[in-house]
Design a protein around this ligand. Sequence first.
Ligand SMILES: *Cc1c(COP(=O)(O)O)cnc(C)c1O
Length: 434
Amino acid sequence: MIQATITKTPSIAPTFTKLVSKEGGTEYPLKAIHICEETFAPLEVAYDYDTIRNLVSRATIEAGPNSIWRYRHFLPVTSENPIDVGTGMTPLLKSHRLARRLGLKNLYIKNDAVNMPTLSFKDRVVSVALTRARELGFSTVSCASTGNLANSTAAIAARAGLDCYVFIPADLEAGKILGTLIYNPTVMAVKGNYDQVNRLCSEVGNTYGWGFVNINLRPYYSEGSKTLAFEVAEQLGWKLPDHIVAPLASGSLYTKIYKGFQEFVKVGLVEDKPVRFSGAQAEGCSPIATAFKEGRDFVTPVKPNTIAKSIAIGNPADGIYALDIASKTQGELESATDKEIIEAIQLLAETEGIFTETAGGTTIAVLKKLVEAGKIDPEETTVAYITGNGLKTTEAVQGYIGEPLTIEPKLASFERALERSRTLERLEWQQISV
Ligand SMILES: *Cc1c(COP(=O)(O)O)cnc(C)c1O
């Protein structure tokens, strides 16, 4: 493996000031630490919003790069040249056909299935984490991953010339393992579930002094998710939506979308208004949704058992903060079965031309349930966050979708097959209409 060389990059004046404990507010310096020593609560980056207000306007952001770095003053990095691999500014699509199927008038899809460079929202958090890792002097970076984070960390570390070690549960989808190995990091496939991988990584981190993007660098890493809020607000014409639906694994993404909207209000980029935060989990790993439905303010860990592996975290680090946001915004946290997830993957694909992975299927399945339960007003501007790409989790839908019509290279063979498929379609229609 090539030894990483650390180049000192020129820096700009920081807009972030300290790390603050989410419980009790104890302050910490801006180092690679993630847990409050007194309360064991997560640490979060704090900013000087007066400084940010003086630095940014709608016009300066619009004139910025076509990536997450147009929001750089809201991100915890000082490098003049952050690692920019084109992450972010993914499409926000106004949904027509899915919206009609569900009975919604103002549905939008934020499509991170086409995020760069590895086709999931994780490219956002990793671009930020590795830029910060470089600033803090790390030459080796690492992560505990449910799959997408492994892809992203390996790819962006390769681009940045950082040494990379990746830890994954051994039973991940083939596409996610291959999509990590290709970047040539060291991959440890751990015989255990994600929560066990994560625990192991905490021990490794303490001993080896590496920069773990989602452990000791977590306060910086998680800030990258705010760009999913910033982009949606900008793409809606500098307005907040009425309602969002996002998937929850650790709950980090969901809570940071909330923080992102609040920050845009705080510095005067958008007008304040209530946004309802709804969230989706797979029934086979739904500790946060279960706590919400039972009216609890604490999360009981579970052992994951679902096809939605990318969001299968049984002991979610930000679960209690997600619960708080769902209740104070009058959102809903709901779960979907594996069967509903597969059907929703297919539904999104055939109505909008977007092939999402299981996490996106979970979001669409829950969106559908919420509409059916009357929990989403048809007129509301609703944004569904699609966070990953279906080509990475083909196992999940294999056997549930159609097959090609295999024919001879002859016109007659084609015509027979065409007739057969039209008959089948007619039969399906008859079944639907009875
Ligand atoms: C990691 C991930 C999420 C959410 O993760 P959080 O831990 O809740 O931030 C959602 N979707 C996909 C596809 C992911 O890979």
